[in-house]
Design a protein around this ligand. Structure first.
Ligand SMILES: NC(=O)c1ccc[n+]([C@@H]2O[C@H](COP(=O)([O-])OP(=O)(O)OC[C@H]3O[C@@H](n4cnc5c(N)ncnc54)[C@H](O)[C@@H]3O)[C@@H](O)[C@H]2O)c1
Length: 383
């Protein structure tokens, strides 16, 4: 089969997301499958060029996976004619500068979220990419998770009737780093380094709410730094200056009320690390990363409030599991495949920089709402 190599600069490939989800689980997985079938019958063959700051780490990753192309010189990588795509999974604060350089080099761009540190910068990146005529996209992986795809399927099939509300619960305990190592990088807990759970998670909630239910029209958030000091990767104590929990209420177009709790200081008594309960006039659903359960109005029990008696029913057992009905691949990989088709075959890719800018906007206005103690309406972005 005719392989069409496509050079992809992967910047930030030593990080959690860059390495595991994007290099190994997406691009190398596509190669293991023999490449991605393109519209003309050829095979799109990703050729990763690993870029980072630490030569020893890059070389080690390259050797581990039988790759040879790595460099610490981003500009040199971007100057190469055999590079078509720039991908960014660096810490968020380094992103804007690198994406600008990639736009100037005429490369197509795919990036982790959030697109930039603030809305104005994100909008500028959208305008610059459009003006340069390059293709652009932002990771919106949650949309490709089996649980949320099943939820989307239920919405499209009219299962809920009129949707009333969405309750999201996201989070888990992130260790403080003293007696057990933290399972997230320390920059996540320092505001000056681009950390904070609002900046991290509200961009996800923006596209989940907009794509599955309706656009977000207002936000009201309370935030907290529940754990004020932590211990970093080198064993040094530091002050946690960024929010580690956010309790948000979002009003959606059409009157749906969404409430989503996001926390790195909560212990899990749920089936999955994120769960959304959706209630509608005709039925309800609870969706996680993989599973989705439903209860139709016809099988809804009639509980009667009586605190004098123990619970008379096993409520969880009254729900029905939604079957897969289709194979589900890794969400990051599925979105990568869509971006590669977008670049090579010119197919649609709605998860672009404009969509990414709306995610940054919701985070920014969520933080403003928390600071000012009020509900804030979300203006349509002037693109
Ligand atoms: N889509 C998702 O579900 C998801 C999940 C987690 C993180 N992310 C995003 O991915 C990006 C990376 O997050 P991560 O958790 O992989 O972080 P990480 O700390 O594990 O990796 C960060 C990467 O950036 C590099 N880097 C470049 N310049 C740096 C600098 N000046 N200081 C520190 N590191 C620098 C590091 O070497 C490393 O390769 C962030 O923008 C984050 O918002 C997305």
């Amino acid at each position: 089969m005719n392989r069409v190599p496509i050079g992809i600069v992967l910047n930030g490939v030593t990080g959690r997301m860059g390495y595991r989800q994007h290099l190994v689980r997406s691009l190398l997985a596509i190669r293991e499958e023999g490449g991605l079938p393109a519209g003309d019958g050829s095979r799109i063959w990703p050729e990763p060029i690993l870029v980072g700051r630490n030569p020893a780490k890059l070389q080690e990753i390259a050797e581990r996976h039988g790759l040879t192309d790595w460099t610490t010189d981003l500009d040199a990588a971007l100057a190469r004619d055999d590079v078509q795509i720039y991908f960014d999974a660096q810490v968020t604060q380094q992103r804007e500068k690198a994406i600008r350089a990639a736009i100037e080099a005429g490369k197509h761009i795919y990036t982790e979220k959030p697109l930039a540190d603030d809305t104005a910068a994100a909008v500028e990146l959208y305008r610059a990419a459009r003006a340069a005529g390059v293709k652009h996209g932002v990771v919106q992986d949650k949309l490709f998770l089996p649980g949320l795809r099943k939820l989307h399927r239920l919405v499209e099939g009219g299962f809920f009737g009129r949707i009333l509300s969405v309750r999201g619960e996201f989070g888990y305990w992130v260790f403080e780093g003293d007696w057990q190592a933290a399972q997230r990088p320390s920059w996540n807990y320092r505001a000056a380094d681009g950390g904070g759970i609002v900046v991290d998670m509200f961009p996800h909630w923006q596209y989940v709410l907009e794509r599955i239910f309706a656009p977000v029209r207002s936000v009201q958030a309370a935030i907290a730094t529940h754990i004020p000091s932590r211990v970093d990767e080198a064993g040094a104590a530091y002050e946690a200056t960024a929010d580690d929990a956010a309790y948000g209420t979002f009003e959606l177009e059409g009157g749906i009320i969404a409430q989503i709790n996001s926390s790195w200081a909560v212990r899990v008594y749920r089936d999955e690390l994120v769960e959304f309960q959706v209630d509608g006039t005709h039925g309800s659903a609870v969706a996680g990363l993989r599973e989705c359960h439903i209860q139709h109005r016809g099988s809804t029990p009639k509980p009667v409030w009586n605190p004098d008696l123990p619970a008379t029913e096993r409520f969880r057992e009254q729900w029905q599991r939604v079957p897969d009905n289709e194979p589900f691949d890794n969400g990051f990989k599925v979105q990568w495949e869509r971006f590669l088709h977008h670049v090579v075959d010119g197919t649609e890719f709605p998860w672009d920089f404009a969509a990414g800018a709306r995610g940054v906007q919701l985070a920014e206005l969520g933080l403003q709402s928390a600071r000012e103690g009020r509900r804030i309406e979300i203006p349509t972005l002037d693109l």
